[in-house]
Ligand binder design. Structure first.
Ligand SMILES: Cc1cc2nc3c(=O)[nH]c(=O)nc-3n(C[C@H](O)[C@H](O)[C@H](O)COP(=O)(O)O)c2cc1C
Length: 325
């Protein structure tokens, strides 16, 4: 048995990207990768269109719902709704630095309020039997000393939380856009590594800038798992490569079989009135780095929006890629 097999692999929550179609596609690539929804706020769930925000296909399972909020009672209510719908984990967003999120007093600014995060965690965990986890940064603004980071973690741990996903850079709450906040502050992986070494009882998953199997492997030696965002979006087959590197049971489907299964899913979604435009986005990177990739993408992005309900656009685009399995 491969010693790496108890290590975790996750696709990061990404607003507008990891929607249900993207997750369905990623699940076809790996039956072991952990999938997270985009962040969904409590008001959206409690007062919005619940099917729009929480609907998912059973085939995506297991899926974690990422919540955005800071009201313990609201978070508990949302966690309960999610558990009833079949979600496998609830994750609290303590990493988003956008102005909108700060105005709502949640996301990354919650790193300044560890007691409140602990209260939110406890309220959610008391409301459900599925695991509740936290995704945080390593700090915000000038408050990014390792000691403050550990103090944040141990305060939340004292409420019972044992799983932390660490985006290993701080967030600057003023002056940087969310996009810049994913590139400008330097990555400090040692915060996550040192946390695991000091608290082996915690499950620590590291996130940020991981884009090759070799880099993931170096983290698996030090922490419990890796979460990957942009690199999986740009090159979804990297999920399969990491799945294999972890020694998980081999997946039978090659790229074409994944595509065939996804086209069947698209047909069902188009029958429900969805536009092809939304369905092609997750597959644009499927042939990343391979001959014909550019033409594959350009066919999809030009024809997809024009022929909104014609799934044969995908088979036509496939013709541009030289044969690969
Ligand atoms: C388009 C986009 C949307 C994102 N939305 C979310 C989100 O909803 N919740 C969250 O916790 N992080 C969000 N993130 C941050 C990612 O989860 C991740 O922490 C970040 O991209 C760093 O990982 P990476 O370098 O592997 O991409 C988003 C990132 C991107 C690129």
């Amino acid at each position: 048995m491969n010693a790496a097999i108890d290590r975790r692999l996750a696709v990061a929550p990404m607003l507008d990207w990891t929607d249900r179609h993207c997750r369905y596609f990623h699940r076809l690539i790996s039956d072991r990768v952990l999938l997270y929804t985009e962040m969904v706020t409590c008001p959206a769930i409690l007062r919005g269109d619940r099917d729009k925000y929480l609907g998912f296909s059973p085939e995506e399972n297991p899926v974690a719902l990422q919540l955005g909020g800071s009201d313990p009672a609201d978070l508990a209510a949302c966690a309960r709704i999610a558990e009833d719908l079949g979600y496998a984990e609830i994750n609290l967003n303590v990493g988003c630095p956008s102005d909108r999120v700060q105005k709502g007093r949640f996301g990354a600014c919650l790193m300044k309020e560890p007691e409140l995060v602990a209260e939110c965690f406890a309220a959610m965990q008391n409301a459900v039997t599925i695991p509740v986890t936290i995704k945080s940064r390593i700090g915000v603004d000038d408050d990014d000393a390792y000691e403050s980071f550990v103090s944040f973690i141990t305060t939340v741990q004292a409420a019972g939380c044992d799983t932390f996903i660490i985006h290993a850079r701080k967030a600057l709450l003023q002056g940087l856009s969310p996009k810049q906040n994913r590139t400008v502050p330097p990555l400090k992986y040692h915060y996550a590594h040192d946390l695991k070494a000091a608290h082996p009882e915690l499950t620590v998953v590291v996130n940020g800038g991981i884009d090759t199997v070799a880099v993931a492997q170096s983290h698996w030696q030090q922490v419990d798992g890796v979460m990957v965002g942009r690199a999986f979006w740009n090159d979804p087959w990297l999920i399969r490569e990491m799945h294999e590197a972890l020694g998980f049971a081999p997946m039978q489907r090659d790229r074409d079989a994944v595509l065939t299964a996804y086209v069947a899913y698209c047909q069902a979604m188009l029958q429900q009135g969805l536009s092809l435009h939304w369905l092609i986005r997750p597959i644009l990177g499927l042939f990343h780095g391979l001959p014909g990739n550019k033409k594959w993408k350009s066919h999809l992005v030009t024809e997809g929006p024009r022929r909104k309900d014609d799934v044969s656009v995908i088979a036509e685009a496939r013709e541009w890629v030289k044969h690969v399995s």
